[in-house]
Write a new protein. Sequence first.
Length: 99
Amino acid sequence: MLRKDNLRIGILYGLLGPIIGLFLYYFVAFYTRNVPFAEFLGYLKQYKTLLTGVSSISLIANAVLFTIFINTRRDQTAKGVFIATLIYGITVLLIKVIA
């Protein structure tokens, strides 16, 4: 599945990458302080500056995926990762502005 050059696969990877980045951020920064995951999500809702930091670090996972797919000449998959990155970025921006 990693060898295919497919837009849908790229979008799927692009949507999963930031989620994995979010969990990594939680385990590095909050799990070591014995903060439950539900409480961490509450912090994200309460502190918008934390949301910005977490989303930036989470989207680094997509930058890594995008680079891998571009360097291996899987342009359609890279395009899917880029589309998912835009969706996440716009969603975070809207959350910060509206909420």
